[in-house]
Design a protein around this ligand. Structure first.
Ligand code: KG4
Ligand code: ZN
Length: 338
């Protein structure tokens, strides 16, 4: 088989990333995070764009270096077109456009969420890949959806959040407790030594396969407010239990709908994607469900869960095979174009 080298670029939020793929095999995946946002407890868009601007060239340079290839060997450039922060996206989009123009090679646009899903097709040791159709739970800072993935670029969303995303629920409750951004890893870390059943927060009653997380966040806020009235050290004293309980609530909500979706559709192949799919409790619960319901489950490796360019390059590779190219008129989109 011919070796097709695709350079992938991702800059939709606060990670500047570049990756090189050779067919379906990742040769390099460089991610530069942005510590500037920690101080503010969330991503500050203008600071994110500036950091991308500073990082993009060194990150791409390192990706080529780590892959041990010359820029002249690249066959095409794939980039995240959206959704995400517009200023952040523009850095990656403009870079990809000019680099492709300079090298005289095709340009491939990738939807960020599509990238998260297709990360499951990156070559792995076990050669363990989902077969169509499969269910995918997409859980990130901006998205919470269950979709039937019918083909590489064909999916049907059968459930989604009506308010906050699951990642947002982690981030916002962490912020309430004064834990650092991003909230998911902070909560997971503190939850390790906590009791998941210590506190009980009201679970939303949402019909069908849709989700809601804003009620959970509010009930968490009120619960803390009430307890802080009688004990100002309540959060500090109960941090681990609070983290374990909130994590347990979020994961329970996700798992209930995912199992319901599997029963409803009869699809037994289940994948999880997006930043929250890095969560170990979610992995454990999915493995339990695998045994109980005889499922075939797909969990991305950690480096392909949170934002990365490897997932953009695998999506780019499949589009490259289809000759699905874009031209120099392309611009970023902040929200998904439906
Ligand atoms: O996919 P991602 O890196 O960026 C977006 O596309 O949004 O997802 C980021 C989200 C954040 O909300 C973050 O708190 C959450 O993923 N996250 C986690 C974990 N690692 C990242 N949530 C729970 N457990 C984790 N280990
Ligand atoms: Zn993402």
């Amino acid at each position: 088989m011919m070796s097709n080298y695709i350079l992938g670029i991702e800059s939709s939020c606060d990670d500047t990333s570049a990756a090189v793929i050779c067919n379906n095999e990742i040769l390099s995946n460089v991610v530069a995070g942005q510590d500037v946002h920690k101080f503010y407890g969330g991503v500050v868009p203008e600071l994110a764009s500036r950091a991308h601007q500073k990082n993009i060239i060194p990150v791409v340079y390192k990706a080529l270096h780590d892959a041990n290839i010359n820029k002249k060997q690249i066959n095409a450039i794939a980039f995240t077109r959206g959704p995400g922060l517009l200023g952040s996206l523009l850095v990656g989009v403009s870079f990809a456009k000019s680099f492709a123009l300079a090298l005289g090679i095709p340009l491939i646009e990738v939807d960020h969420i599509q990238g998260h899903i297709l990360a499951h097709f990156i070559k792995n040791k076990e050669d363990h890949y989902p077969k169509f159709p499969f269910l995918c739970l997409i859980v990130s800072g901006g998205h919470t959806q269950i979709a039937i993935i019918k083909d590489y670029f064909k999916m049907e969303i059968i459930g989604e959040t009506i308010d906050d995303a699951a990642g947002e629920a982690f981030d916002k409750t962490a912020k309430i407790m004064g834990l650092p951004y991003p909230g998911g890893p902070s909560i997971e870390h503190n939850a390790e030594n906590g009791n998941p059943l210590a506190f009980n927060f009201s679970k939303p009653v949402i019909p069908g396969l849709d989700f809601s997380f804003s009620g959970l966040k509010t009930s968490f806020l009120y619960f803390l407010r009430d307890n802080l009235k009688t004990d100002k050290n309540f959060i500090e004293k109960n941090k681990n239990d609070l983290c374990a309980s909130i994590q347990n609530s979020i994961v329970t909500i996700l798992m209930e709908k995912l199992i319901k979706a599997s029963k409803q559709t009869g699809i037994k192949q289940i994948a999880i994607s997006g930043g929250v799919s890095a969560n170990k409790l979610l992995h454990n619960e999915l493995m339990k469900a695998k045994d109980e319901y005889n499922l075939n489950v797909f969990i991305p490796s950690l480096s392909y869960s949170t934002d990365n360019a490897a997932m953009i390059s695998i999506a780019g590779y499949f589009k490259y095979l289809n000759k699905d190219f874009t031209d120099q008129k392309v611009t970023a989109y902040a929200k998904k174009i439906r």
